[in-house]
Design a binder for this molecule. Structure first.
Ligand code: PEP
Ligand code: MG
Length: 786
């Protein structure tokens, strides 16, 4: 784990161990050799007498010793135990790191004579996971008593993550081996996830991934994978094919580096990170060895590649985890680029000769990197992968996009005239004149509206009776910063830091985090940025961080609870935030506070972080405002007490509503119960507002609730004047706010607090909105310094 800075000593595990492991992966020839090297390395770096690796057998019940440094080598393959048996089995059963001094005194301790096990004084077991499924345990034992620091344990868990990835990869390759025995058909190139069917002869439907309406000629990207044209050949000259492969690999690696650089320049380093992964795959020994083997078995290099890639696609496609399933796109991308270099084709097919609406089965990250973005008016994609990197890039670039459009590539012809309505998810192919006219009219109105709204960019939101309102942005990725600024956000009310963590393969270290936060605050040049500490758990997982299997993850080990149980990680993040706050106005926010102890401990850790930075003579902000998220009903009731501990509150309506109404925020089946205008919600917020007024703390609403005008009116009527939301909503809401009178809104909402059901509340708010006067923003002059 990289955030280890403070207590790094010769004896601690650290970054170099991780780098060595990466190098080992690249240099090892098979799984056994790799894990042997890993146990040696970890034992050396951890100064432990034993490092052993146990893997779960196919029966999913038995753990078997697969590699060890320190125990008898003859024990490999013979020592095994069931999950739950002995200390190692206990680690797998409980899915968490367990560390014991004097392990033999533990009631669960089991002695295995075959191991030549001595009287070890320390035992540390780290579970290995593949996306929450146990796959094994890494065990460290020492003869001398040694207390492993939290930071060493955290490093061990990152190492365990890497070991787990290697094992998973090797198993994938095994699967590929098996598929390779059978005759492969042409690889599946398109996600078969159902999108909407073709409805009328020239109307398509799909899911809007990024809103907007555009008209233009179709630009079909029908890059067939190319492998369907590759057949096995006779009279192969393996040495010549190997040379051809090496040359293609070399070229593809250079191109990949170029793609990474280009995307980093055009978007962000995070968006470009995917190409780094591609590069690692292109250097992966297992991948290359498999290609070599097939060539040596008298197959041409392109055919060998076809077999290896289709095996990967098949294996990935069968995975239950949608994230992993979507990673098949990365394998496909790598395979296609490598094939182009093998057969001497370039990527010319992806050059756009005129601007238009892209129509593709699937756009791969490298496609997005190669294409000239200024020529992409909109995107129609057959696959339904909302989390794919290309869709993420489209959003970052503000390109209207519809995904899940089945049959688009075969039915839409080049230069067909298309209307893409990504607000409703509709695409019209060569539409009739009436539709063209209607969209032209809507387009004109839309353009005027857009122009009018963009003129509001630098005009602060004020109500009709001159009450200043603040609209800030919720951001996650760095690419959201430009979107936020484009829409006139006054700083950031909520920076969800878990998103940059999610895009990586290990925890970013303090310096990486500092640079990221510094960039964001500098980009906002003087307007405040509220940075929330890690809020993982619930529906947000980090691939390298072990989350327990919980029946009720939203009620479980999530958010600040995870941070408080991982103090090193927590303090590292806080230090990075404090350092960045030296460069601009940052506010530090703690999520999901549910009792006083939590917020007090958070403050103790802030003080410790400051103390540490002082010791290291690193400049930081001494006077950073601290805040608590109010998103658990208990926090609403505790608000008067919490107010004495912090400078501001951030009201997280997304969670507060789900906890108040016992309705999972992401479960469509209970969507009707998830009701922001439920009287209990309004009454709770009303209580919170009173508490903030009496105790003079600031309050900003940062849930999605404020994006709905009826809810926004209710919140303004409750006396709230600061909101943080998805930035594209800001211009429209500014316009709406300008029509609202806070006195009238307050009167209305006070009467609504007596209502018992939400339908009458919504009805009254909708009625009030219909009666709002249309105002002219031009009378409002002061501008936002942004
Ligand atoms: C919320 O809960 O309202 C909130 C803003 O946080 P998140 O959506 O990240 O849980
Ligand atoms: Mg929340």
């Amino acid at each position: 784990m990289t955030p280890i800075k403070r207590t790094k000593s010769d004896h601690s595990l650290g970054l170099s161990t991780l780098q060595d492991i990466s190098t080992l992966i690249l240099q090892s020839h098979d799984l056994n050799e790799t894990i042997r090297n890993i146990v040696d390395l970890v034992a050396l770096r951890a100064h432990s007498d034993v490092c052993s690796l146990y893997l779960l057998e196919n029966d999913q019940e038995t753990l078997t010793l697969k590699a060890t440094k320190g125990l008898e080598q003859s024990a490999i393959g013979t020592i095994s135990m069931k999950i739950g048996e002995g200390l190692t089995g206990k680690v797998a059963a409980e899915k968490r790191i367990l560390a014991f001094e004097e392990p033999q005194k533990h009631p669960d301790y089991q002695y295995f004579a075959e191991s030549g096990e001595e009287q070890f004084h320390t035992f540390v077991g780290i579970p290995l996971f593949d996306h929450n499924h146990s796959i094994g345990v890494l065990v460290i034992q020492t003869l001398e008593p040694h207390t492993f620091s939290e930071e060493e344990l955290a490093t061990l868990s990152t190492i365990a993550f890497q070991v787990a990835s290697i094992v998973v990869n090797a198993r994938l390759l095994d699967a590929i081996d098996r598929y390779g025995q059978q005759e492969t058909t042409a690889p599946a190139t398109v996600a078969e996830v159902a999108g909407a069917e073709l409805q009328q002869p020239n109307t398509f439907r799909g899911h809007a991934a990024y809103p907007g309406v555009v008209t233009g000629p179709a630009n079909i990207i029908d890059q067939q994978f190319g492998f369907s044209d590759i057949f096995d050949e006779c009279n192969i000259d393996p040495p010549a094919e190997l040379k051809r492969l090496d040359e293609a690999l070399r070229k593809t690696r250079i191109q990949t580096l170029y793609l990474e650089k280009r995307v980093a320049e055009q978007l962000t380093q995070e968006d470009a990170a995917i190409f780094h992964t591609h590069l690692m795959i292109l250097e992966d020994r297992g991948f290359i060895d498999r290609l070599h083997e097939l060539i040596e078995e008298q197959h041409s290099a392109p055919y060998a590649l076809k077999k290896v890639i289709s095996g990967y696609l098949e294996a990935f496609g069968k995975m239950e985890d949608p994230y992993l399933r979507e990673r098949a796109a990365d394998m496909e991308d790598i395979g296609r680029r490598l094939l182009a270099n093998l057969v001497g084709k370039n990527t010319e097919g992806l050059q756009l000769h005129h601007s238009g609406i892209l129509v593709a089965k699937r756009l791969l990250p490298s496609d997005m990197a190669i294409l000239d973005h200024s020529m992409i008016l909109g995107m129609v994609i057959e696959s339904n992968e909302a989390n794919s990197h290309s869709v993420i890039m489209a959003k970052a670039l503000g390109i209207p996009a519809i995904i899940g459009v089945k049959g688009a590539v075969s039915k839409i012809k080049p230069d067909d005239n298309l209307i893409l309505d990504a607000n409703s998810g509709c695409i019209y192919q060569n539409p009739e004149q009436t539709i063209i006219d209607e969209y032209a009219r809507l387009g004109q109105e839309g353009l005027k509206e857009k122009k009018r709204l963009s003129e509001l960019r630098n005009i602060p939101p004020v109500t009709r009776n001159r009450q200043r309102i603040y609209l800030r942005a919720n951001i996650g990725l760095v690419s959201d910063v430009s979107v936020a600024k484009k829409h006139g956000a006054e700083g950031v009310g909520l920076y969800r830091t878990e998103f940059p963590y999610m895009a990586r393969s290990s925890f970013p270290d303090r310096q990486d985090q500092y640079l990221l936060y510094k960039k964001v605050v500098e980009d906002f040049a003087g307007t405040p940025v509220t940075i929330r500490t890690l809020d993982i758990g619930g529906d947000k997982a980090l691939p390298y961080f072990t989350q327990p299997d919980e029946d009720n993850p939203f009620m479980g080990w999530r958010s600040v609870r995870v941070s408080l149980d991982n103090r090193e990680i927590f303090q590292t993040q806080i230090e990075a935030i404090l350092m960045a706050a030296y460069h601009g106005p940052i506010r530090l926010l703690f999520p999901m506070i549910s009792n006083m102890d939590e917020i007090r401990t958070c403050k103790v850790i802030v003080n410790e972080a400051m103390e540490n930075l002082r010791k290291e003579k690193i400049p930081f902000a001494e006077d950073i405002p601290l805040g608590a998220m109010i998103e658990v009903p208990a926090a609403v009731r505790l608000a008067p007490h919490l107010a004495k501990e912090v400078d501001f509150f951030a009201l997280g309506t997304n969670d507060l509503i789900q906890y108040l109404l016992a309705a999972d925020r992401s479960n469509p089946r209970v969507q009707k119960y998830y009701d922001p205008l439920h009287p209990a919600v309004l009454l709770s917020i009303n209580g919170l507002v009173q508490a903030t007024r009496e105790n003079k703390v600031e309050l900003c609403v940062c849930g999605e609730m404020a994006t709905d005008p009826a809810c926004l009116l209710a919140l303004i009527g409750l006396g709230i004047h600061e909101f943080s939301l998805s930035a594209p909503y800001i211009p429209r809401l500014k316009n709406f706010i300008n029509r609202v009178d806070t006195v009238a809104a307050e009167q209305l909402v006070q009467s609504l607090l007596l209502e018992a059901d939400s339908s009458s509340i919504r009805k009254a708010l909708d009625g009030a909105i219909r009666n709002l006067p249309v105002t002219d923003f031009s009378v409002v002059k002061p501008s936002i310094a942004n």
